[in-house]
Design a protein around this ligand. Structure first.
Ligand code: SAH
Length: 276
């Protein structure tokens, strides 16, 4: 028992919250599991937390029970608002509910000036990658979040934490590696969700790098898109679409023109992006 609110199955029934596939709704109804996720974000005592897609509020309740000073949730599905309101009444002045699309929110304006939040979410899988890349590209930097503890499909989690030469290394690992340290904390079986998704999920922890190498996100994206478009091609060929003379450019930066994208470090890609 983490609180005296009703079990999540009751909440779903009373508020008529049948999960919708179009909204990426796979709810976790086990408060022990949502507590494990909330606690894996590090201590929440005295912290602001931002949660995307609270749904019926299982993770929100765990975050509040773990002692978060304040929680701001952003939910797109109006049907969930009455259930979230009950949590708000149970924790007076500690929960702010925003009805809206997480892809459209101005995150810099969510918190008091200079304030930082821990970002925690069981993300809707259909928009998980664009949400993450948006947060990774935030300006100014250091940014509004002090950590991100996010659930993804296992395969996306592997693409975030991958290192050079590894199978899943590519554009996502590079943009993530530019601005954050990241690691996979643990997996969650499809059985833990209602309804169960087809694939295993993983919780990923991302910690912002205080002083990442200077780089423009757009340039980094252009270079990695070109380099990985055909991942087996040599860079001297794949980078023709972004540099007039890729061989000279690569030589100048001490990168083998015959190397393939998957062998380059994040730093190499930043060097390349800074030449654009
Ligand atoms: N956190 C809950 C629900 C996860 S399911 C739990 O763990 O049980 C994903 C949630 O994201 C759903 O509640 C869905 O309505 C919400 N969602 C989907 N698209 C969204 C968007 N664009 N902005 C904000 N929330 C969204």
């Amino acid at each position: 028992m983490i609180d005296t609110l009703p079990p999540l199955r009751d909440v779903m029934m009373r508020h008529d919250l049948m999960p919708k596939k179009s909204l990426g709704q796979n709810f976790i109804l086990d408060l022990n599991l949502t507590s494990k996720i909330a606690l894996s974000a590090g201590s929440l005592k005295g912290h602001h937390v931002v949660e995307i897609g609270p749904g019926p509020g299982g993770l929100s309740r765990a975050i509040l029970a773990a002692g978060a000073k304040h929680l701001t949730v952003i939910e797109h599905d109006r049907r969930c608002l009455s259930a979230l309101k009950e949590i708000q009444d149970h924790y007076p002045d500690r929960l702010t509910i925003i009805e809206g699309d997480a892809l459209e929110i101005e995150y810099n304006n969510l918190l008091p000036i200079g304030g930082k939040a821990r970002l925690i979410a069981n993300l809707p899988y259909n928009i998980a990658t664009p949400l993450l890349t948006g947060w990774l590209k935030s300006e100014p930097w250091p940014t509004w979040y002090s950590s991100m503890t996010l659930m993804f499909q296992r395969e996306v989690a592997e693409r975030i934490v991958a290192k050079p030469t590894e199978k899943h290394y590519g554009r996502l690992a590079i943009i993530a590696g530019w601005r954050c340290y990241s690691s996979i904390l643990f997996d969650i079986s499809p059985k833990a969700f209602t309804p169960p998704p087809k694939v295993t999920s993983s919780v990923v922890y991302l910690k912002p790098i205080e002083k990442p190498l200077a780089c423009e996100a757009k340039a980094l994206e252009r270079v990695t898109a070109a380099a990985f478009q055909q991942r087996r091609k040599m860079l001297r060929a794949s980078l023709k679409s972004v540099f007039q003379n890729p061989i000279d450019m690569l030589n100048m930066l001490n990168i083998e023109p015959t190397a393939r994208a998957e062998t380059l470090s994040v730093e190499d890609f930043i060097l390349l992006a800074n030449q654009l």
